[in-house]
Design a protein around this ligand. Structure first.
Ligand SMILES: Cc1cc2nc3c(=O)[nH]c(=O)nc-3n(C[C@H](O)[C@H](O)[C@H](O)COP(=O)(O)OP(=O)(O)OC[C@H]3O[C@@H](n4cnc5c(N)ncnc54)[C@H](O)[C@@H]3O)c2cc1C
Length: 360
Protein backbone atom coordinates (compact mmCIF):
# COMPACT_ATOMS: atom_id res chain seq x y z
CA UNK A 1 0.00 0.00 0.00
CA UNK A 2 2.87 2.34 0.90
CA UNK A 3 4.38 1.70 -2.57
CA UNK A 4 1.10 2.61 -4.29
CA UNK A 5 0.87 5.87 -2.30
CA UNK A 6 4.43 6.77 -3.29
CA UNK A 7 3.66 5.92 -6.92
CA UNK A 8 0.68 8.29 -6.79
CA UNK A 9 2.80 11.06 -5.33
CA UNK A 10 5.47 10.62 -7.98
CA UNK A 11 3.13 10.44 -10.93
CA UNK A 12 2.63 13.45 -13.17
CA UNK A 13 -0.80 13.52 -14.75
CA UNK A 14 -1.94 15.82 -17.53
CA UNK A 15 -5.67 16.46 -17.74
CA UNK A 16 -6.73 17.91 -21.08
CA UNK A 17 -9.92 19.99 -20.72
CA UNK A 18 -11.17 21.73 -17.63
CA UNK A 19 -14.92 21.32 -17.76
CA UNK A 20 -16.60 19.58 -14.86
CA UNK A 21 -15.10 16.23 -15.91
CA UNK A 22 -11.50 17.50 -16.03
CA UNK A 23 -11.91 19.37 -12.76
CA UNK A 24 -13.53 16.46 -10.97
CA UNK A 25 -10.78 14.11 -12.10
CA UNK A 26 -8.26 16.62 -10.78
CA UNK A 27 -10.13 16.73 -7.47
CA UNK A 28 -10.15 12.95 -7.03
CA UNK A 29 -6.53 12.51 -8.12
CA UNK A 30 -5.18 15.40 -6.09
CA UNK A 31 -6.82 13.78 -3.03
CA UNK A 32 -4.72 10.71 -3.86
CA UNK A 33 -1.59 12.85 -3.98
CA UNK A 34 -0.86 12.92 -7.76
CA UNK A 35 0.84 15.93 -9.34
CA UNK A 36 -1.64 17.39 -11.76
CA UNK A 37 -1.63 19.85 -14.61
CA UNK A 38 -4.90 20.87 -16.26
CA UNK A 39 -4.72 22.51 -19.63
CA UNK A 40 -7.53 24.36 -21.38
CA UNK A 41 -7.58 27.44 -23.66
CA UNK A 42 -11.06 28.67 -22.65
CA UNK A 43 -12.10 26.97 -19.47
CA UNK A 44 -15.06 29.25 -18.75
CA UNK A 45 -16.77 28.90 -22.12
CA UNK A 46 -17.65 25.24 -22.11
CA UNK A 47 -20.73 23.10 -21.77
CA UNK A 48 -20.20 22.72 -18.02
CA UNK A 49 -20.63 26.47 -17.46
CA UNK A 50 -23.94 26.37 -19.34
CA UNK A 51 -25.34 23.45 -17.33
CA UNK A 52 -28.40 23.69 -15.13
CA UNK A 53 -26.93 21.21 -12.65
CA UNK A 54 -29.89 18.87 -12.32
CA UNK A 55 -28.97 15.55 -10.79
CA UNK A 56 -31.44 13.07 -12.27
CA UNK A 57 -30.15 9.92 -10.67
CA UNK A 58 -32.80 8.06 -8.77
CA UNK A 59 -35.65 8.95 -11.12
CA UNK A 60 -33.91 7.18 -14.03
CA UNK A 61 -36.39 4.64 -15.25
CA UNK A 62 -34.03 1.80 -16.18
CA UNK A 63 -33.03 0.11 -12.96
CA UNK A 64 -30.18 -1.94 -14.35
CA UNK A 65 -27.24 -1.64 -16.72
CA UNK A 66 -24.18 0.63 -16.93
CA UNK A 67 -26.04 3.94 -17.06
CA UNK A 68 -28.09 3.12 -13.98
CA UNK A 69 -24.99 1.91 -12.10
CA UNK A 70 -23.09 5.13 -12.90
CA UNK A 71 -26.03 7.26 -11.75
CA UNK A 72 -26.49 5.26 -8.57
CA UNK A 73 -22.78 5.46 -7.78
CA UNK A 74 -22.64 9.22 -8.44
CA UNK A 75 -25.65 9.91 -6.24
CA UNK A 76 -23.98 7.94 -3.45
CA UNK A 77 -20.68 9.84 -3.89
CA UNK A 78 -22.05 13.39 -4.12
CA UNK A 79 -22.57 13.94 -0.33
CA UNK A 80 -18.90 13.09 0.36
CA UNK A 81 -17.66 15.61 -2.22
CA UNK A 82 -20.12 18.30 -1.12
CA UNK A 83 -18.87 17.93 2.44
CA UNK A 84 -15.24 18.28 1.32
CA UNK A 85 -15.92 21.23 -1.02
CA UNK A 86 -18.07 23.08 1.50
CA UNK A 87 -14.87 23.87 3.38
CA UNK A 88 -14.18 26.27 0.51
CA UNK A 89 -17.74 27.45 -0.11
CA UNK A 90 -20.44 26.83 2.48
CA UNK A 91 -23.15 27.75 -0.06
CA UNK A 92 -22.53 24.61 -2.09
CA UNK A 93 -25.35 22.14 -1.64
CA UNK A 94 -27.79 19.87 -3.44
CA UNK A 95 -31.27 21.38 -3.41
CA UNK A 96 -33.85 18.59 -3.32
CA UNK A 97 -36.31 17.23 -4.45
CA UNK A 98 -36.64 16.92 -8.22
CA UNK A 99 -40.00 16.70 -9.96
CA UNK A 100 -40.83 15.30 -13.37
CA UNK A 101 -44.21 16.30 -14.83
CA UNK A 102 -46.17 15.53 -17.94
CA UNK A 103 -49.47 16.42 -19.57
CA UNK A 104 -49.43 13.19 -21.55
CA UNK A 105 -51.66 10.50 -20.02
CA UNK A 106 -49.66 7.61 -21.51
CA UNK A 107 -46.37 9.00 -20.16
CA UNK A 108 -47.97 9.50 -16.77
CA UNK A 109 -49.13 5.85 -16.70
CA UNK A 110 -45.52 4.85 -17.41
CA UNK A 111 -44.28 6.99 -14.51
CA UNK A 112 -46.96 5.52 -12.26
CA UNK A 113 -45.95 1.97 -13.20
CA UNK A 114 -42.28 2.80 -12.60
CA UNK A 115 -42.93 4.30 -9.16
CA UNK A 116 -45.18 1.41 -8.11
CA UNK A 117 -42.80 -1.28 -9.34
CA UNK A 118 -39.61 0.33 -8.05
CA UNK A 119 -40.76 -0.03 -4.44
CA UNK A 120 -38.59 2.98 -3.60
CA UNK A 121 -39.82 5.19 -0.74
CA UNK A 122 -37.89 8.13 -2.24
CA UNK A 123 -40.21 8.21 -5.25
CA UNK A 124 -43.85 9.25 -5.16
CA UNK A 125 -46.57 9.97 -7.66
CA UNK A 126 -47.93 13.51 -7.76
CA UNK A 127 -51.62 13.52 -8.57
CA UNK A 128 -53.68 16.48 -9.78
CA UNK A 129 -54.93 17.31 -6.28
CA UNK A 130 -51.50 17.64 -4.62
CA UNK A 131 -50.55 21.11 -3.38
CA UNK A 132 -47.40 21.13 -5.54
CA UNK A 133 -49.43 20.47 -8.69
CA UNK A 134 -52.07 23.01 -7.70
CA UNK A 135 -49.38 25.73 -7.40
CA UNK A 136 -47.85 24.76 -10.74
CA UNK A 137 -51.27 24.72 -12.41
CA UNK A 138 -51.96 28.20 -11.04
CA UNK A 139 -48.67 29.66 -12.31
CA UNK A 140 -48.74 27.94 -15.71
CA UNK A 141 -52.53 28.27 -16.12
CA UNK A 142 -53.05 24.65 -16.92
CA UNK A 143 -55.06 21.83 -15.37
CA UNK A 144 -53.71 18.58 -16.73
CA UNK A 145 -50.25 18.24 -15.19
CA UNK A 146 -49.25 15.14 -13.19
CA UNK A 147 -46.00 13.35 -12.48
CA UNK A 148 -43.56 12.06 -9.93
CA UNK A 149 -41.35 13.47 -7.22
CA UNK A 150 -37.92 12.08 -6.35
CA UNK A 151 -36.80 13.08 -2.85
CA UNK A 152 -33.23 11.86 -3.45
CA UNK A 153 -32.59 13.80 -6.69
CA UNK A 154 -32.07 17.53 -6.96
CA UNK A 155 -29.83 20.27 -8.28
CA UNK A 156 -26.39 21.63 -7.65
CA UNK A 157 -25.64 25.13 -8.94
CA UNK A 158 -23.13 24.36 -11.73
CA UNK A 159 -21.38 27.77 -11.63
CA UNK A 160 -20.93 27.59 -7.85
CA UNK A 161 -19.63 24.04 -8.19
CA UNK A 162 -17.08 24.98 -10.88
CA UNK A 163 -15.89 28.05 -8.95
CA UNK A 164 -15.50 25.99 -5.77
CA UNK A 165 -13.59 23.31 -7.67
CA UNK A 166 -11.22 26.01 -8.96
CA UNK A 167 -10.58 27.30 -5.44
CA UNK A 168 -10.05 23.80 -4.13
CA UNK A 169 -7.66 22.83 -6.95
CA UNK A 170 -5.61 26.02 -6.59
CA UNK A 171 -5.34 25.31 -2.88
CA UNK A 172 -4.10 21.81 -3.73
CA UNK A 173 -1.45 23.37 -6.01
CA UNK A 174 -2.91 21.91 -9.20
CA UNK A 175 -1.20 23.61 -12.10
CA UNK A 176 -3.62 25.39 -14.53
CA UNK A 177 -2.28 26.16 -18.02
CA UNK A 178 -4.21 28.32 -20.51
CA UNK A 179 -3.38 26.63 -23.81
CA UNK A 180 -4.71 24.06 -26.26
CA UNK A 181 -3.18 20.65 -26.85
CA UNK A 182 -2.86 19.91 -30.55
CA UNK A 183 -1.01 16.60 -30.51
CA UNK A 184 -0.15 13.83 -28.07
CA UNK A 185 2.32 10.98 -28.49
CA UNK A 186 4.11 8.44 -26.39
CA UNK A 187 7.88 8.35 -26.32
CA UNK A 188 9.54 5.67 -24.22
CA UNK A 189 7.66 5.74 -20.91
CA UNK A 190 6.38 9.28 -21.17
CA UNK A 191 3.51 11.06 -22.80
CA UNK A 192 4.40 14.19 -24.72
CA UNK A 193 1.71 16.77 -25.36
CA UNK A 194 2.33 19.63 -27.76
CA UNK A 195 0.39 22.83 -27.38
CA UNK A 196 -0.84 25.54 -29.76
CA UNK A 197 1.68 27.92 -28.13
CA UNK A 198 4.57 25.52 -28.87
CA UNK A 199 4.87 24.27 -25.31
CA UNK A 200 5.73 20.63 -24.65
CA UNK A 201 4.28 19.00 -21.57
CA UNK A 202 5.64 15.66 -20.41
CA UNK A 203 3.62 13.40 -18.14
CA UNK A 204 3.26 9.79 -17.01
CA UNK A 205 -0.39 9.74 -17.91
CA UNK A 206 -2.93 11.75 -19.86
CA UNK A 207 -6.65 11.97 -19.18
CA UNK A 208 -8.63 13.27 -22.13
CA UNK A 209 -11.55 15.35 -20.82
CA UNK A 210 -11.87 17.61 -23.83
CA UNK A 211 -15.34 16.57 -24.94
CA UNK A 212 -15.89 16.78 -28.73
CA UNK A 213 -12.20 17.46 -29.42
CA UNK A 214 -11.07 14.16 -27.93
CA UNK A 215 -11.26 12.56 -31.35
CA UNK A 216 -8.79 15.07 -32.85
CA UNK A 217 -6.13 13.94 -30.40
CA UNK A 218 -6.61 10.20 -30.77
CA UNK A 219 -6.91 10.02 -34.54
CA UNK A 220 -3.36 8.75 -34.86
CA UNK A 221 -3.98 6.20 -32.16
CA UNK A 222 -6.67 4.71 -34.42
CA UNK A 223 -9.48 4.73 -31.92
CA UNK A 224 -12.83 4.22 -33.54
CA UNK A 225 -14.65 6.78 -31.43
CA UNK A 226 -17.33 9.03 -32.90
CA UNK A 227 -18.91 12.01 -31.16
CA UNK A 228 -21.73 14.30 -32.25
CA UNK A 229 -22.35 17.86 -31.00
CA UNK A 230 -25.73 18.39 -29.36
CA UNK A 231 -26.87 21.85 -28.44
CA UNK A 232 -28.24 22.58 -24.98
CA UNK A 233 -29.91 25.94 -24.39
CA UNK A 234 -31.38 27.95 -21.56
CA UNK A 235 -33.16 31.24 -20.98
CA UNK A 236 -33.88 33.33 -17.92
CA UNK A 237 -37.28 35.03 -17.91
CA UNK A 238 -38.43 37.88 -15.73
CA UNK A 239 -42.14 37.45 -14.99
CA UNK A 240 -44.04 40.73 -14.68
CA UNK A 241 -47.26 39.43 -13.16
CA UNK A 242 -47.71 40.42 -9.51
CA UNK A 243 -50.22 37.56 -8.97
CA UNK A 244 -47.47 35.00 -9.58
CA UNK A 245 -44.89 34.24 -6.93
CA UNK A 246 -42.44 31.80 -8.49
CA UNK A 247 -41.08 30.91 -5.06
CA UNK A 248 -44.37 29.11 -4.38
CA UNK A 249 -43.21 26.57 -6.98
CA UNK A 250 -40.82 23.65 -6.36
CA UNK A 251 -37.09 24.49 -6.55
CA UNK A 252 -36.68 22.52 -9.78
CA UNK A 253 -38.98 20.54 -11.99
CA UNK A 254 -39.55 19.53 -15.58
CA UNK A 255 -42.72 19.74 -17.64
CA UNK A 256 -42.85 17.64 -20.81
CA UNK A 257 -39.04 17.47 -20.94
CA UNK A 258 -38.23 21.14 -20.32
CA UNK A 259 -36.36 21.90 -17.12
CA UNK A 260 -37.66 24.79 -15.02
CA UNK A 261 -35.81 26.45 -12.14
CA UNK A 262 -37.40 29.39 -10.30
CA UNK A 263 -34.52 31.54 -9.00
CA UNK A 264 -36.49 34.36 -7.32
CA UNK A 265 -40.11 35.44 -6.86
CA UNK A 266 -40.21 36.78 -10.44
CA UNK A 267 -37.40 35.03 -12.34
CA UNK A 268 -37.03 31.52 -13.68
CA UNK A 269 -34.71 29.54 -15.91
CA UNK A 270 -35.96 27.21 -18.65
CA UNK A 271 -33.63 24.74 -20.49
CA UNK A 272 -32.75 22.71 -22.59
CA UNK A 273 -33.22 21.84 -26.26
CA UNK A 274 -31.78 18.88 -28.08
CA UNK A 275 -30.48 19.66 -31.55
CA UNK A 276 -27.62 18.09 -33.44
CA UNK A 277 -26.01 21.43 -34.01
CA UNK A 278 -23.41 23.87 -32.72
CA UNK A 279 -25.38 27.07 -33.22
CA UNK A 280 -28.77 28.01 -31.77
CA UNK A 281 -31.55 28.37 -34.30
CA UNK A 282 -33.62 31.55 -34.56
CA UNK A 283 -36.69 29.82 -33.11
CA UNK A 284 -34.92 28.87 -29.85
CA UNK A 285 -37.59 30.64 -27.78
CA UNK A 286 -40.39 28.50 -29.25
CA UNK A 287 -38.33 25.35 -28.82
CA UNK A 288 -37.82 26.11 -25.14
CA UNK A 289 -41.28 27.35 -24.27
CA UNK A 290 -43.74 25.32 -26.36
CA UNK A 291 -44.11 22.60 -23.76
CA UNK A 292 -47.81 23.16 -22.99
CA UNK A 293 -50.85 23.26 -25.28
CA UNK A 294 -51.10 26.95 -24.45
CA UNK A 295 -48.38 29.20 -23.06
CA UNK A 296 -49.12 31.22 -19.93
CA UNK A 297 -49.31 34.95 -20.86
CA UNK A 298 -46.13 35.76 -18.88
CA UNK A 299 -43.98 33.43 -21.01
CA UNK A 300 -43.03 35.99 -23.64
CA UNK A 301 -39.83 36.43 -25.64
CA UNK A 302 -39.42 40.11 -24.73
CA UNK A 303 -39.22 39.13 -21.05
CA UNK A 304 -35.98 37.17 -21.55
CA UNK A 305 -33.26 38.61 -19.30
CA UNK A 306 -30.51 36.14 -20.27
CA UNK A 307 -29.95 33.39 -22.78
CA UNK A 308 -27.08 30.98 -23.18
CA UNK A 309 -26.12 27.67 -24.73
CA UNK A 310 -23.49 24.97 -24.57
CA UNK A 311 -22.34 22.18 -26.86
CA UNK A 312 -22.54 18.73 -25.38
CA UNK A 313 -20.81 15.72 -26.93
CA UNK A 314 -22.86 12.62 -27.58
CA UNK A 315 -21.25 9.31 -28.54
CA UNK A 316 -22.31 8.01 -31.95
CA UNK A 317 -22.71 4.25 -32.04
CA UNK A 318 -22.11 3.58 -28.35
CA UNK A 319 -23.75 4.61 -25.07
CA UNK A 320 -22.88 7.79 -23.20
CA UNK A 321 -20.35 8.40 -21.64
CA UNK A 322 -17.16 7.00 -23.17
CA UNK A 323 -14.75 5.98 -20.43
CA UNK A 324 -11.85 3.95 -21.81
CA UNK A 325 -8.41 3.06 -20.56
CA UNK A 326 -6.07 2.53 -23.46
CA UNK A 327 -3.74 0.66 -21.13
CA UNK A 328 -0.63 2.70 -21.85
CA UNK A 329 -1.38 5.61 -19.55
CA UNK A 330 -3.98 7.23 -21.76
CA UNK A 331 -7.49 7.47 -20.39
CA UNK A 332 -10.52 8.81 -22.24
CA UNK A 333 -13.43 10.45 -20.41
CA UNK A 334 -15.79 12.03 -22.86
CA UNK A 335 -19.26 12.05 -24.42
CA UNK A 336 -21.16 12.93 -21.25
CA UNK A 337 -24.00 14.48 -23.25
CA UNK A 338 -26.82 15.49 -20.84
CA UNK A 339 -25.34 14.21 -17.61
CA UNK A 340 -21.78 15.42 -17.11
CA UNK A 341 -22.53 17.18 -13.83
CA UNK A 342 -24.47 14.21 -12.46
CA UNK A 343 -21.88 11.63 -13.48
CA UNK A 344 -18.66 13.51 -12.63
CA UNK A 345 -18.13 11.75 -9.24
CA UNK A 346 -18.64 8.22 -10.63
CA UNK A 347 -16.45 8.99 -13.64
CA UNK A 348 -13.56 10.31 -11.57
CA UNK A 349 -13.77 7.32 -9.24
CA UNK A 350 -13.52 5.02 -12.25
CA UNK A 351 -10.48 6.95 -13.53
CA UNK A 352 -8.78 6.77 -10.12
CA UNK A 353 -9.31 3.00 -10.03
CA UNK A 354 -7.82 2.62 -13.52
CA UNK A 355 -4.80 4.68 -12.46
CA UNK A 356 -4.40 2.58 -9.31
CA UNK A 357 -4.28 -0.55 -11.50
CA UNK A 358 -1.77 1.11 -13.84
CA UNK A 359 0.53 2.21 -11.01
CA UNK A 360 0.26 -0.98 -8.92
C1 LIG B 1 -27.88 24.13 -21.37
C2 LIG B 1 -27.27 22.90 -20.75
C3 LIG B 1 -27.88 22.34 -19.62
C4 LIG B 1 -27.30 21.20 -19.03
N1 LIG B 1 -27.88 20.72 -17.89
C5 LIG B 1 -27.32 19.66 -17.25
C6 LIG B 1 -27.87 19.18 -16.04
O1 LIG B 1 -28.87 19.71 -15.57
N2 LIG B 1 -27.26 18.12 -15.42
C7 LIG B 1 -26.15 17.51 -15.94
O2 LIG B 1 -25.65 16.56 -15.34
N3 LIG B 1 -25.61 17.95 -17.11
C8 LIG B 1 -26.17 19.01 -17.78
N4 LIG B 1 -25.65 19.45 -18.96
C9 LIG B 1 -24.59 18.64 -19.60
C10 LIG B 1 -23.26 18.93 -19.00
O3 LIG B 1 -23.03 20.31 -19.04
C11 LIG B 1 -22.16 18.20 -19.81
O4 LIG B 1 -22.43 16.82 -19.84
C12 LIG B 1 -20.82 18.43 -19.14
O5 LIG B 1 -20.58 19.82 -19.04
C13 LIG B 1 -19.69 17.77 -19.89
O6 LIG B 1 -18.50 18.18 -19.27
P1 LIG B 1 -17.09 18.02 -19.97
O7 LIG B 1 -16.09 18.43 -18.95
O8 LIG B 1 -17.00 16.66 -20.57
O9 LIG B 1 -17.12 19.02 -21.21
P2 LIG B 1 -16.96 20.61 -21.31
O10 LIG B 1 -17.58 21.30 -20.17
O11 LIG B 1 -17.44 20.98 -22.67
O12 LIG B 1 -15.40 20.84 -21.18
C14 LIG B 1 -14.50 20.42 -22.16
C15 LIG B 1 -13.31 21.35 -22.09
O13 LIG B 1 -12.25 20.85 -22.93
C16 LIG B 1 -11.57 21.96 -23.45
N5 LIG B 1 -10.79 21.52 -24.63
C17 LIG B 1 -11.27 21.11 -25.81
N6 LIG B 1 -10.24 20.79 -26.64
C18 LIG B 1 -9.11 21.00 -25.94
C19 LIG B 1 -7.72 20.85 -26.25
N7 LIG B 1 -7.33 20.37 -27.44
N8 LIG B 1 -6.80 21.18 -25.31
C20 LIG B 1 -7.20 21.64 -24.09
N9 LIG B 1 -8.50 21.79 -23.74
C21 LIG B 1 -9.44 21.47 -24.66
C22 LIG B 1 -12.67 22.97 -23.77
O14 LIG B 1 -12.15 24.30 -23.86
C23 LIG B 1 -13.61 22.77 -22.58
O15 LIG B 1 -13.36 23.71 -21.54
C24 LIG B 1 -26.16 20.59 -19.59
C25 LIG B 1 -25.55 21.17 -20.71
C26 LIG B 1 -26.10 22.31 -21.28
C27 LIG B 1 -25.41 22.90 -22.47
Amino acid sequence: MKGLKENFQKSQILIIGSGVIGKFNALELSELGCQITIIDPTQHKNSSNAALGLLMGNMYQKRKGRSWNLRKESMALWPKWIELLREFNCELNIAKPLIQLTTNEEKFRKLEKFVNESNDLNLEILEKNSLIIKNINKAFQTNNIKGMISFKDGRINASTLLETLDTYLKNKKVNFVKDEIIKIRKSKNQWIAESRNNETIRSDMIILCNSLNTINLIDDLSQNIKLKPVLGQAIEISVNDSKINLLSLPKQFSINGKNIIPISNNKLIIGSTDEYSTKPEKNFFEKLTNFLDEKPPWLRQELITKKWFGIRSKPDGEPSPIMKNLQNGLIICTGFYKNGILLAPACSKWVANEIKKYLA
